[in-house]
Design a protein around this ligand. Sequence first.
Ligand SMILES: Cc1cc2nc3c(=O)[nH]c(=O)nc-3n(C[C@H](O)[C@H](O)[C@H](O)COP(=O)(O)O)c2cc1C
Length: 415
Amino acid sequence: MIVKIVSKNFDIPDSHKLEVALKHGRYESIDKLFTMAPDEVTEEVCKSGLRGKGGGGAHCGPKWKLMPPVDERPRYLIVNGDESEPGTFKDRQIFQYDPHLLIEGIICSSYAIGAHDAFIYIRGEYKWFIDRLNEAIEEAYTAGIIGEKVMNKYDFRMDITVHRGGGAYICGEKSALIESVEGKRGHPRLKPHGKECEWFYDMPATVNNVETISSVPNIVLNGYESYTKYGTEKAPGTMLFAMSGPVKNPGVYELQYGCKMTDVINEIGGGMRDGLTLKAVIPGGASCPILTAEEVEKAYLDYESMWDIGSTLGTGGMMIIPEGTSMVDVAKNLIEFYHHESCGQCTPCREGTGWIDKILKGIIEGVGKEEDLDTILDVCETMNGKTVCVFAPAVKDIIKSIVQKFRDEFIAEIK
Ligand SMILES: Cc1cc2nc3c(=O)[nH]c(=O)nc-3n(C[C@H](O)[C@H](O)[C@H](O)COP(=O)(O)O)c2cc1C
């Protein structure tokens, strides 16, 4: 199940330092990169089937092709390291253990899309990780790996800037993130009807997750087959899966797509600790429909299989919930977060999260009524598909699934 591509160097002492990174394969893809035309790199990434690891699972290569042909305008790569989704803590592993892999991935990806400036957006609270990344970028500049030329010899300017966010969950949404880097309030933008690239200061831009970009050097160096030999047909390769909750070995594991969830929990996670039994799993960061223990038995870790059982793979951050946990408390805990983090731009989201929070508070304080559960489901529907971004529909997904699948518990609490 475990396949180490992105996490290959994580266990090497001082793997974050350039000197060590160079001894363990970092920047080896760059010589090969510059033997290829930018379109060839994009084509290789398309063939690899690489999918975005930021939650949506969009195909990376086809997304790069949305960039308009190179012209006199500057164009940008923006790397999304906001990682504010509860239960998700994988990109931080890359910042901590292999920041040079990310820099290498940025060089490869920027070359493919014709960008000379890359921004890495990180949630402001992650100061320790930001410092570590900045040290690696500094090392790369000093060694001439980036700057006016790449690797001191390739005539390709590459500049990388780290942008520290203010600590808002919504700034992980790509268009809110761009607004934030542009110095504005992090409000998501209205999306165009057709597919197109992103626009940063009205210039063409691509936004990709940290892990997506870190997956590119292997594909460039070893070819797309080195990636497609793992995973499933529709989701080739690997992903960093985070596992939290009362399992014996919580942590981040790089797994090929398509593993059986119970095998991952029991064999890699070591099973439940302290004699606890599994009650439910929120599979991909907080914003995915919850799975009951019965559904977990049927769950496989790839996008299509998760859709088939009515949930999503999201960021792969599995939150393991044991028997004995109140699902009313789980729902309340999550809605407090969403209520606090709703950016307030769209009424259904701003008001809906607040109403659900208030109703659940009433239930916990003993003034709830059974009809409240239908009101929550009704509010969920008003939040679905009526907002600028998918924050509200995701809140609907998780809250509705908890209330529907554990309704008896809510009724018991009300009584
Ligand atoms: C509320 C919200 C929060 C998000 N947070 C993140 C995040 O922290 N990191 C991330 O990579 N993508 C996040 N996304 C998804 C991004 O909008 C975008 O799809 C992603 O960065 C694209 O990169 P990828 O295709 O490589 O996955 C978020 C989306 C929403 C709606």
